[in-house]
Design a protein around this ligand. Structure first.
Ligand code: MSP
Length: 652
């Protein structure tokens, strides 16, 4: 830890399944974690922000098989490939400090050691697994846990499963875990505690099946070949192996464990608040200080999935609205602990109201007025007006601490609401003080300078507190205020900017979006994309067999080929058709081929068409080609035969 730091702070996201491309719902948790990590850094903590990918399990093995690649190739593509997980976090400006992949060698070896330790201490034993298995969730269930005979997490069909397997003595820790949940603030929001206790612990916590033999894509149990470690055991320990637990790759365990908080989605609270602490208890390890189960981002009231189309594609949303606006929207619109309904309309309105109108306008108007009335710098002669300034100054001065209290509770929405209340107040302060009236007289100038100073100072504090949410925007705001200080200390004090602050003009931070137009454009985008390749419609009208047989198709060899003068369409072919006399055919394909590329090729010609004059030259037949449209562009390929086929061979 550095001397100046307030302390170490360790925060994690869930590690993502690279089974499909991520959608905006996945980005929700990572943006929240990033915001918290940036907030803690701003406060002066030495932060470790961990994210990563959870790459083992049957689902991945199955998907790889479907795709005809190895599981490793499959996950590599989704993690490191174009628009993969790493690209997405870069796009969303995610400032993680460490990225773990559960296929990393050091992690695999550590999991083997951890599994063996629990086996050696008697908390993992061998037995027979009989029960139900939900493949998509990789979860085992007992009959009593099923809801209407289906997986209680996802509602899908479960399968009967029976096999020799290892078990973890979860039941042994039931009382301690219940105590942890009920009598400490380990799990938040508190509303999730009763769900865990009533649905999972009170009905009787059974031992957990922690190995599989029916597939191989997992961490092998090294003392019993054929078994692989249950993916959740493998996954949960990432939070510690990434710091160096049971491996030499890293050495940060003493600095950062126990974690300050694990941010996770509500459907994986069971794993993090029951199984995870029980395993740590088994190994006598410190428990994380907190698990926070946030809500889901819903689409039309249901769970989001990439199959629902482009509306949930973070790349499209970021491209259209900007990364900061998207990050802001996610945390401004929904309380972090509850579900929220995502809609394009809400997204656009949030941007228009908060960012374009309130924040954007405040910055533009203030900087524009400062420059218009005083040029680059404010004059130092300024006149305060106690009565008129007191409320705004008091609000700004108290803002940091109120905001901090909300952020410490992960109440991002409330933190932002406080900042935007001050922004609105500042906009009202402009109207109350009417700078344009003050500007009319020389006597008004000192007061005008003070009004603008107070506004710039308000913008500095609000901009600084927005840094965790919209890092690029805050940086831009600091620039507009002449490189203003936005460090944590400075955000608690009104009056940090020099009186003669220099401002820098710039374009609108958030241009107003035309709601109707944008909704229509998004609607268009979410329609299923036209196929990249389009083919001509088939001809319905039948042709009788005898008529068809009358067409004489022959293999012909290109002896010479040239462009036809004054025509940008026509190519003139001299062809060997096997008769001993050259055949001339003209073809409108100059757009697709260079004449020299065709010499020597074996093509197909219909030879018994009546002769036709084109650009004064005679054409005796037609060359066959294949046509289609690709991404709206016409494509043509001459039908080419194997060169072993002699000139004149009849095609039938
Ligand atoms: N691999 C496990 C986590 C292991 S952690 C030791 C996993 N992966 S996941 O990719 O399926 O989900 C990762 C996170 O994304 C989860 O916290 C999940 O709740 C979150 N979300 C997925 N869809 C979401 C929404 N629509 N809304 C909010 N969060 C969502 O679970």
């Amino acid at each position: 830890m550095c001397d100046k730091c307030k302390g170490n702070y360790y925060i994690t996201t869930p590690i993502y399944y690279p089974s499909a491309k991520l959608h905006i719902g996945h980005a929700y948790c990572t943006v929240a974690t990033d915001t918290m990590a940036r907030f803690k850094r701003l406060q002066g903590y030495n932060v470790m922000f961990l994210t990563g990918t959870d790459e083992h399990g049957q689902k991945i093995e199955d998907k790889a098989k479907e795709a005809g690649v190895t599981p490793q190739q499959f996950v590599d593509n989704i993690v490191t490939g174009e628009k993969g997980v790493l690209d997405l976090w870069k796009l969303m400006n995610i400032s993680y400090d460490r990225f773990i992949r559960t296929t990393d060698d050091y992690h695999v070896a550590a999991i083997q050691k951890i599994f063996k330790k629990m086996y050696d201490n008697g908390d993992i034993y061998k037995g027979t697994y009989k029960g139900k298995y939900c493949k998509p969730c990789e979860s085992f269930w007992t009959e009593s846990q099923l809801v209407d005979g289906k997986c209680p997490d996802c509602g899908r069909e479960v399968q009967d499963a029976e096999e020799e397997a290892y078990f973890f003595r979860l039941s042994k820790y039931a009382d301690r875990v219940q105590d942890l949940l009920e009598n400490t603030d380990f799990l938040e929001p508190r509303s999730r505690v009763s769900e865990m206790v009533n649905n999972f612990i009170k009905p009787g916590l059974e031992d957990l099946c922690v190995s599989r033999t029916s597939f191989t894509w997992g961490v092998p149990v090294d003392f019993d070949p054929g078994h692989v470690v249950y993916v959740w055991i493998d996954a949960l320990f990432n939070y510690m192996t990434a710091l160096g637990f049971e491996n030499d790759k890293y050495d940060d365990l003493s600095s950062f464990w126990p974690a300050d908080v694990h941010f996770i989605g509500k459907e994986i609270v069971r794993f993090h608040s029951i199984i995870w602490p029980a395993m740590l208890m088994s190994l006598d390890l410190p428990l994380p200080k907190k698990v926070f189960g946030h809500g889901w981002l819903l689409l039309d009231g249901g769970k989001m999935s990439k199959s629902k189309g482009n509306v949930v594609d973070p790349y499209i949303l970021a491209e259209r609205f900007g990364v900061d606006a998207l990050r802001f929207f996610l945390l401004r619109s929904f309380p972090f602990g509850s579900d929220g309904n995502f809609s394009n309309e809400l997204l656009i309105n949030t941007i228009n109201v908060d960012l374009a109108n309130d924040l954007g306008n405040l910055v533009s108007r203030t900087v524009a007025m400062a420059q218009k009335y005083f040029g680059e710098k404010l004059p130092t002669e300024q006149l305060a007006d106690e009565e008129k300034d007191a409320e705004l100054i008091a609000m700004v001065s108290g803002l940091r601490d109120q905001y901090e209290a909300e952020m410490e509770k992960y109440a991002f929405q409330n933190g932002l609401a406080l900042v935007f209340k001050v922004i609105s107040r500042a906009n009202k302060y402009i109207d109350e003080n009417a700078p344009w009236v003050l500007a009319k007289t020389e006597e008004g100038k000192p007061r005008l300078a003070k009004v603008l100073y107070n506004l710039l100072e308000t913008i500095r504090v609000c901009g600084g507190l927005l840094t965790p949410f919209m890092p690029a925007t805050s940086e831009e705001i600091a620039k507009r205020l002449g490189g203003a200080r936005m460090d944590w200390e400075s955000l608690n004090t009104f009056g940090i900017l020099p009186a003669d602050v220099a401002t820098v003009a710039g374009p609108a931070l958030f241009p107003r979006i035309d709601v109707e137009k944008e909704l229509a454009a998004l609607e268009e985008l979410s329609k299923p994309a036209k196929p990249a390749i389009e083919i001509e419609p088939y001809t319905e009208e039948k042709v009788d067999f005898d008529t068809f047989c009358k067409s004489d198709f022959r293999a012909v060899k290109v002896k010479a080929c040239q462009n036809v003068k004054k025509s940008d369409k026509l190519l003139q072919f001299t062809l060997d058709d096997g008769t001993g006399t050259d055949r001339q055919i003209l073809s409108g394909i100059a757009k697709f081929y260079k004449p020299e590329d065709l010499v020597g090729k074996t093509l197909v010609a219909i030879t018994n068409l009546p002769p036709r004059k084109m650009m004064g030259r005679e054409s005796n037949g037609m060359l066959l080609s294949a046509v289609h449209t690709e991404k709206g562009e016409e494509k043509l390929n001459l039908v080419m035969l194997d060169d072993a086929i002699p000139a004149g061979a009849k095609l039938c």
